[in-house]
Design a protein around this ligand. Structure first.
Ligand SMILES: Cc1ncc(COP(=O)(O)O)c(C=O)c1O
Length: 365
């Protein structure tokens, strides 16, 4: 009855109402003991003192808008990757940069292709842009099926996302795989190589992003300060590619979205690259230890090249996540119900807590 009196209300686009939810890693309850938080692929280390110091200075200037074009940071990144500033675009996290790429290059009637399962933001961002996500299943080894992806290209395909290492499963793409794929994809299709976990990669044959930019005029790299650079909470990421491809992305960036503290902390982090690489090396050593322990225990773990491991426990996923989460303190991981559990590599004691709790888990019959 009441409905008859309600006015017509603004309606969002149907694509927005149908969006899958982005599920962030669990954070733990405020009133419980601090959890072992292995749910969001973050760095386990507190920010570097040199980064905290510049942030304290930057905090005193936040009554001013930041440099909208992030000029100094863009120039610094360009120097770091051996390109021109016109070939770099900075955004509020690489997820925002990807959203801008999709806004610039796709719309209704277009297809955005990626492997699945991969980073859960991909289908959401594709739909927000109005495009249709095309998800190509991973192989049995949890790797991109590049043959199937090349075969799935249609006249509507505008952007293809490649995730190396793939979140949440771990394997990288080799240079030979990328070369064969780029040769089989029309040059009108934009290929985005998401290298969010680059600093943790130890696979010798991994595709070399910057070198590949010289070879492929339709390739763009996506990178972030959130993982090995430890700035997840500040939100800075970037894309690198040919200037003509980057300019439309820059036009889509929300004005002033990268804060002054974020810009200055990212520069300080690039200045402290050696220290941060040392930290990443410690995570890699822990990853090796955890993977070896899991395999020694008879568990099947795909090649882990990021700061996380993947346990494809299928229909036991919710049970395993629940068992880990009910430890004291809780061990928080990222479950993908029906598929598996992604566990971030943390500090050694955190990884021990995960392994110890896992050892007490019995898979339900
Ligand atoms: C593959 C991949 N790309 C991009 C991102 C986004 O990172 P950010 O927006 O923090 O830069 C993530 C974060 O988890 C990721 O896993």
């Amino acid at each position: 009855m009441l409905d008859a009196h309600l006015p017509d209300l603004p309606a969002a686009r149907p694509a927005i109402a149908a969006l899958p939810a982005y599920v962030p890693g669990a954070r733990g309850a405020a009133d419980a003991a601090p959890p072992v938080k292995l749910s969001s692929n973050e760095s386990p280390d507190a920010p570097l003192p040199s980064v905290v110091e510049v942030l304290e200075g930057a905090a005193r200037g936040i009554n001013r808008y930041p440099d909208m074009g992030a000029t100094d940071l863009t120039a610094r990144i360009a120097r770091e990757v051996g390109r021109e500033a016109s070939e770099v675009v900075v955004g509020a996290g690489s997820v925002a940069v990807l959203a801008h790429i999709l806004q610039a290059y796709t719309g209704p009637g277009d297809e955005v292709m990626f492997a699945w399962r991969s980073f859960e933001a991909y289908p959401i961002l594709a739909r927000i842009a109005g495009a249709e996500p095309v998800m190509v299943p991973l192989t049995a080894e949890a790797r991109h099926d590049l043959g199937a992806m090349a075969a799935a290209v249609t006249s509507h395909t505008r952007v293809i996302m490649l995730c190396s290492p793939n979140n949440p499963t771990g394997p990288t793409l080799s240079q030979a795989e990328l070369d064969a794929f780029m040769a089989s994809v029309p040059s009108r299709v934009l290929v985005v190589l998401d290298e969010a976990y680059l600093e943790y990669v130890r696979a010798e044959d991994v595709a070399d992003g910057p070198a590949s930019l010289d070879r492929y005029p339709n390739l763009v790299l996506l990178r972030t300060f959130s993982k090995a650079y430890g700035l997840a909470g500040l939100r800075v990421g970037y894309a690198v590619g040919p200037a003509a491809l980057i300019a439309p992305v820059r036009a889509c960036v929300t004005p002033f979205s990268v804060s002054g503290p974020a810009q200055i902390a990212a520069i300080a982090s690039l200045d402290a690259r050696d220290e941060l690489e040392e930290r990443a090396a410690r995570v890699v050593a822990e990853r090796t230890r955890v993977v070896e322990a899991l395999r020694a225990d008879g568990r099947d773990v795909p090649d882990a090249q990021g700061n996380f491991v993947w346990l494809a426990v299928g229909d036991a996923t919710a049970d395993l996540a629940g068992h880990l989460g009910s430890a004291d303190p809780a061990v928080l991981v990222r479950p993908f119900v029906g598929e598996g559990v992604r566990v971030t590599i943390g500090a050694p004691a955190e990884n021990d807590a995960f392994l110890a709790r896992l050892a007490t888990w019995e898979r339900p019959a």
